[in-house]
Write a protein that binds this ligand. Sequence first.
Ligand SMILES: [Zn+2]
Length: 403
Amino acid sequence: MDSEFPDKECGDGRRAFQPSRRTLLRAALAGGVVTTLGGNRLHASAASALGGGRSPSASNVIILGLGGGVRFSETFGDPKHRLIPETWGRIRPRGTYFSNIWGKGALDHSVGNKNLLSGRWSKSQADVAYRASLFEHYRKATGADARSTWCAVWGSDVGNHFLGFSLQPGYGPDYGALMSHPRSLMEWWKKAKKEGMKVEEPDIPFVGYTRRVFPYAPADEEIREDLYDLISDTPEFQDTGLDLGQDATLWEQDMNRLLIRRVLTRYQPRVVFLGFCSMDVAHESGFDEYCDGIAAADRAIAEVFDVVESEPFYKGKTMVVITPEIGRDQGDDPAQPVSYQQHTGDTEETNHRHGMVVYGPGIKAGHQVDRRVEQIDILPTIARVLDFPIQGVDGKVLEDALV
Ligand SMILES: [Zn+2]
């Protein structure tokens, strides 16, 4: 709570963030893309597939992950919260703020997210593959179909593909989420454009598992076709993203924003994970770009917040969780912007300590919890709020946030 970061190294989060190479993408998201959302391809089956007998309160959850590594000191721990004005100023007062939530395990991109999605610690990406996800727990307990769950991952780490499902016995791909992975989806779109919609998809072996479980595009033909049209209508995305260096993470984030807006407004999944990753430009960039990435993620979170607050399917019925997956190195001198570039220091608090905002029905508003809690507590808390049973989970329900 009392951490500082130097003004001279990090810009004001309110200033304009307009990297020239991303202007087209942003313009598309602000204008052209949105106009396509009111299109005429709302399929009757998509609109009705999720109907069920659940209570109208706390019937959905959307997890917004600050992905790729971000420190407490530049986000929740900044006394002025300059880079997360939306999350802090507009969203936090509506819910409960946890000032002291900790991760554990390997400092790889998928690990922290799987901690919070599985309620169990993973020490490696191999562990990530064998921890049943929120989506699997939810679908197994409720009988909900695949369209009820959506996992928007980013990055090329294979572990990220195991956020939406696992290889844990008794769970697995049959209970997994529909997934979007920007780079894979774009590769699929390019092939589909040339060869038709029946694209031959590759087997990707991982930890001895070679089943075709990493689809290029969501494993739902109707949604595939819809996303094909979406990308076709968005030329700004079509020739970028696969070879952009550090900008790949920003492209991935913008692509995820495009996809998730489409998915939320048309298909209305009840259980959603969406990873924002713009701060991970830190690996290959200066401190200002890292800070810009945080501010960009905050604006993206605000966009989803606005969808939740404007769509009747979600408004007043949705639990929202906003928290990072992992941190970044502290180093010896915060004024020397080098340490922030990596997340390798397992003993450093800055890699493991985070903040979290939770809001929605059943969650206290205007409340703060300062005791230490853990990432693995998130899944049990979601299960309590949405009222479905879970098994084999190590975390505890965050009772002090509940009404
Ligand atoms: Zn990273």
